[in-house]
Design a protein around this ligand. Structure first.
Ligand code: XMP
Ligand code: MG
Length: 179
C-alpha cells in the first residue's frame, strides 16, 4: 500500500494520542450516564474500537450503516439506512461515532432520525472534520482533527473499499484514482 501514498497527513501515534484525549473527555462527560455509542459503518469501525477502550465508564455499542455516497467522492445528499440499530435508544445518551464529517448532510440526517426516537441526548464524535466543505450547520461535540479539503484514506476510511487498514491518515497518489 505504501507505494500508493502521496502524503501522510496524520501519523499513527498522533491518532492514538488524540483518541486517548477524546476518551478522557467522554469519560468525564458521561460518568453515571447510560452511554450508547452508535458506530457508523464501515468507516468508523477502527476509530470506535480504539475509542471505546479509552472510555472508562460503562457503555454499550450498536452499529448503523447509512449511505450518502455513490461511486465517486462527492456527497449525493441522498441518505439511505442500510442497517438500523438493534436496540431502542429511548431515554439513552447516544454518542454517534463517525470517521469524517464533510458536507455534514449524512450526519444531520442521522441526528434528526435518532432524535425522533426519544433519546435523552444525541451528540457527535468524529475523528476527522473537513470544515471547508460543510453545507449544513452541525454541532459536533468531539472532533479529533480538522483537515483540509482533500480526499483521505486509512484508519477506517476507504477509497473503493480499500486502504481501510492503513494505520495512519493518508492522501493517495493521483495515478491510483485514474487506474
Ligand atoms: P458528508 O458529506 O455527508 O459525508 O458529511 C460523510 C461521509 O462521506 C465519506 N467521506 C470520505 N470518505 N475519505 C473517505 O474515505 C474522505 O476524504 C471522505 N470525505 C467524506 C465518509 O464515508 C463519511 O462518512
Ligand atoms: Mg466511505
Amino acid at each position: 500500500m505504501d507505494k500508493d501514498i502521496r502524503e501522510i497527513l496524520i501519523e499513527e501515534n498522533d491518532l492514538q494520542e488524540k483518541v486517548k484525549e477524546l476518551g478522557a473527555k467522554i469519560t468525564a462527560d458521561y460518568k453515571d450516564k447510560d452511554l450508547l455509542l452508535v458506530c457508523v459503518l464501515k468507516g468508523a469501525v477502527i476509530f470506535v474500537s480504539d475509542l471505546m477502550r479509552q472510555i472508562d465508564t460503562t457503555l454499550d455499542i450498536d452499529f448503523m450503516a447509512i449511505s450518502s455516497y455513490g461511486t465517486n467522492t462527492q456527497s449525493s445528499g441522498v441518505v439511505r439506512i442500510l442497517k438500523d440499530l438493534n436496540t431502542s435508544i429511548e431515554g439513552r445518551h447516544v454518542l454517534i461515532v463517525e470517521d469524517i464529517i464533510d458536507s455534514g448532510l449524512t450526519l444531520s440526517y442521522l441526528v434528526e432520525n435518532l432524535k425522533s426516537r426519544g433519546p435523552a441526548s444525541v451528540e457527535i464524535c468524529t475523528i476527522l472534520d473537513k470544515p471547508d466543505r460543510r453545507k449544513i450547520d452541525l454541532s459536533i461535540k468531539y472532533t479529533g482533527f480538522k483537515i483540509p479539503d482533500e480526499f483521505v484514506v486509512g484508519y477506517g476510511l476507504d477509497y473503493a473499499e480499500k486502504y481501510r487498514n492503513l494505520p495512519c491518515i493518508a492522501v493517495l497518489k493521483e495515478e491510483v484514482y485514474s487506474n
